[in-house]
Design a protein around this ligand. Sequence first.
Ligand SMILES: Cc1cc2nc3c(=O)[nH]c(=O)nc-3n(C[C@H](O)[C@H](O)[C@H](O)COP(=O)(O)O)c2cc1C
Length: 330
Amino acid sequence: MAKIHRLILNPPILNSSSFFSSSREQLKELFGSVYTGGVTVRTATIGGFPEDTLSIHKHAIAPGNASINSYGYSPIPLSQYLEWIREFLADSSTSTKPFIISIAPASTEELSETLKLIQTLRKDLKDNESDFSRIGIELNTSCPNITGHAPPAYSPEALKPLLQVLKESYAEDPTLTIGLKLAPFVHAGQFKGVVDLLGSISSEGEQGTKSNCISFLSCTNTLGSSVLFTEQTISPEAEASSVFAVPTVTGGLAGEPIHALALGNVYSFKKLLSEHPDPSLQRIVLIGIGGVSSKEAVKRMRRVGASVVECATALGIHGVGIFKELNEGL
Ligand SMILES: Cc1cc2nc3c(=O)[nH]c(=O)nc-3n(C[C@H](O)[C@H](O)[C@H](O)COP(=O)(O)O)c2cc1C
């Protein structure tokens, strides 16, 4: 079991936000599994993402538990996800299992609007009143496939105004559990940049106690600008004529090819956060994501400092049954 602020994840294994947690059926199946400690919803926006699955947005699976994708966010609008979550939670009122709603607003104004919609549902469900919450938020700062919009995770200047909005929202309602989905980083300065920024938004309470609006970091998202040829993938017949695995040529690489990098990201954040003088940063929980497709990978993620482990590619390949095996790594 892992506790992230007010979320109880039991077991501490679940899906990460992806195409495979997009539809009502997928979410229901994930929520119904005894081997998942929660459900992370595919990244949703207020208006729904203009998806074109014919000529732009696709994914392909490659041998060795690997994938590449060119998706943006979910075409299903946030309001629909909120309705489904309301229904699922009402149907299992005694469960502690939470939904983590992944969001990716295009501006600070849209972020405020998005938070308002989620908070309205939480208040309706009295999620802010009981001892634990069944709804949390993950700000996706790291999708590499949005044309004209660099992932804010790579730029502390772009992240800062978003964090400021989260801080204000948390100050109004400290029962809100908020996390950041980060991009794969490749050098020490990038980890320090994020940790310094988190340190700069800590608040000091009356007795000098520090608090931070960010309760967890999810490391990592896909590795952008990657290329796989169709011949390297196990793609559907119809696409065998395309040279590249995704129509955009470059896309986000995931699965076992990024496992070592994901382990390094969790390790680096764990070290910086646990050694940080600010106790509110020491309390930030790490969710390890990237190439987790076996119980051994779950063990490795936990050895480098992840309290919770998630997967997307393995879920896409093996279905919800994969979580039974992953639980053996706990
Ligand atoms: C097809 C596909 C779609 C994805 N969509 C999202 C998304 O909507 N939001 C998000 O935060 N991450 C998304 N991801 C990234 C995953 O959550 C995860 O961070 C990444 O794939 C690494 O984990 P894995 O190796 O288990 O796949 C997606 C990944 C895949 C493979």
